[in-house]
Design a protein around this ligand. Structure first.
Ligand SMILES: Nc1ncnc2c1ncn2[C@@H]1O[C@H](COP(=O)(O)OP(=O)(O)OP(=O)(O)O)[C@@H](O)[C@H]1O
Ligand SMILES: [Mg+2]
Length: 449
């Protein structure tokens, strides 16, 4: 009971003997005891010494127990007050309890254990009350601490938010700049890829022009020689009728051959002019898709040497479409060069099949080669820009990306590829007959850099 030793009890009683015996009993129980002989001095001591418990008599001169209780309440004396009533009336006891007395004991107290139990209960209540007050106080502190911590966290959050906004704005700007740069690079690459396919066309056409022009040159030079001999024989008077006839025949033949070859060369140049203008200008116009593909094939005739091309279409159908012919030059040139470079080898019988059909308002193109085909891995990456399996041979890896972007982005169509290793490659391209996206840009495409 070491903590109870520190607890103080105030005993108020006007009868000295009673007060003394009560004080002695309490001291014996180990309490620190204060005493007063009436309510008035009891109040003074209670206010000054703040006892833990007060025992008071009811009937006393000046301020009695009832008045003491009233005053104690007014003065906010918190110690529990136990009334020790002598022969007082029960009504006094009831009034005392009503005024907030903790308990009452009858005087004289014959059973000390009753006193001990009552005091112990009262002090227990004091302890509980203090603990509760401490807890409340602690709780308030805790709430204050947590509130302060919350304020700090809020400020930190606010700071992070502002900081984050700054970071997001900066990163967005950086990303926007990067995207603009990439777009510019992409357009430049598209331009250079277009020029590359034009270059291939130029190489093909010049090779193709060489043959008829060479023939013309041979025949014209030989005709020149023949004219010189003819002239010499004529002036020497050695020209027979037979020689004259032979000369005319030979001149006629040369003229026919030269005309035919020049016509062929002129057609080639006309085709090439049209295709190359389409490749570089991207103007929308009405044209016949079949005739146009034929022109492309003719322009690539020398490249296609050694490969058989089957071109399948329905003669009775009108294939006039309104679109961008340049797209088709690029699509077919890239597809054909891919078959030639990646699919075919010199010792196989190489075949390209192109089938075009118009189904209501949809154009379907099936392009197929019987070449090497692709592994699943290559097929999966084929449309990615810069993906190539022939970097060493100068492949840029942009051909299929350009095709994809033209078909999906510019023609609002779709492209599906079927390919397996050693089993050839097939592309199925579909797009609406009328160009949908008239105000297109080549960057309207789906797969970009
Ligand atoms: N018909 C095909 N047969 C086999 N492989 C093909 C065929 N078409 C495309 N490929 C594969 O797809 C890859 C990507 O083709 P893409 O046309 O994009 O690039 P590239 O032909 O390598 O280079 P570039 O066309 O830019 O000169 C090729 O490297 C090749 O491996
Ligand atoms: Mg290619």
């Amino acid at each position: 009971m070491s903590d109870e030793n520190a607890q103080r009890i105030l005993v108020i009683d006007d009868e000295y003997i009673v007060r003394k015996s009560l004080c002695d009993s309490l001291e014996d129980l180990g309490y620190d005891v204060l005493d007063a002989d009436d309510g008035k001095s009891g109040l003074e001591i209670a206010l000054k010494e703040q006892p833990d418990l007060i025992l008071t008599d009811l009937r006393m001169p000046s301020i009695g127990g009832i008045e003491f209780l009233k005053q104690a309440k007014l003065l906010s004396i918190e110690a529990p007050i136990v009334v020790v009533s002598g022969a007082g009336l029960m009504t006094d006891v009831i009034e005392a309890l009503r005024l907030g007395a903790f308990d009452y004991l009858s005087k004289p107290i014959r059973d000390p254990s009753l006193l001990e139990a009552t005091i112990s209960r009262a002090l227990q209540q004091v302890r509980l009350k203090r603990e509760n007050e401490n807890y409340q106080l602690h709780l308030e502190d805790l709430v204050e601490q947590r509130t302060a911590a919350l304020h700090i966290t809020n400020r930190e959050l606010e700071w992070h938010k502002n900081n984050l906004e700054g970071i997001v704005i900066r990163r967005t700007e950086e990303l926007e700049n990067l995207i603009t740069e990439l777009r510019d690079t992409h357009s430049q690459l598209i331009e250079s890829a277009k020029m590359a396919s034009l270059g291939r066309l130029v190489a093909g056409v010049s090779h193709e022009l060489n043959t008829p022009l060479g023939i013309c040159l041979t025949f014209i030079s030989s005709l020149g020689d023949k004219i010189k001999n003819f002239e010499k024989d004529f002036y020497l008077g050695q020209l027979s009728k037979k020689d004259f006839g032979k000369f005319l025949e030979s001149a006629q033949e040369s003229s026919d051959i030269v005309i035919s070859n020049l016509t062929q060369a002129s057609d080639l140049v006309k085709n090439f002019k049209m295709v190359s203008v389409d490749v570089s200008s991207e103007k929308e116009r009405e044209f016949n898709l079949i005739d146009y593909v034929k022109k492309i094939l003719l322009s690539l005739k020398s490249e296609l040497y050694g490969a058989r091309v089957e071109f399948i279409f329905d003669d009775s159908v009108d294939f006039t479409i309104t679109s961008y012919p340049g797209y088709f030059s690029q699509i077919f040139t890239n597809l054909i060069f891919n078959s030639l470079i990646h699919g075919f080898s010199a010792d196989t019988s190489n075949l390209i099949k192109i089938e075009i059909l118009i189904n209501q308002s949809v154009v379907n193109i099936v392009y197929q080669d019987n070449g090497q085909g692709m592994s699943a891995e290559v097929k999966q990456q084929m449309y990615e820009p810069f993906f190539t399996t022939s970097r060493k041979r100068g492949g840029s890896g942009l051909g299929m990306n350009i095709i994809y972007n033209l078909v999906v982005g510019n023609l609002s169509g779709s492209i599906v590829c079927e390919s397996e290793q050693h089993k050839g490659t097939q592309f199925r391209i579909k797009f609406p007959k009328e160009a949908l996206n008239k105000s297109h840009t080549p960057l309207g495409a789906q797969r970009s850099l």
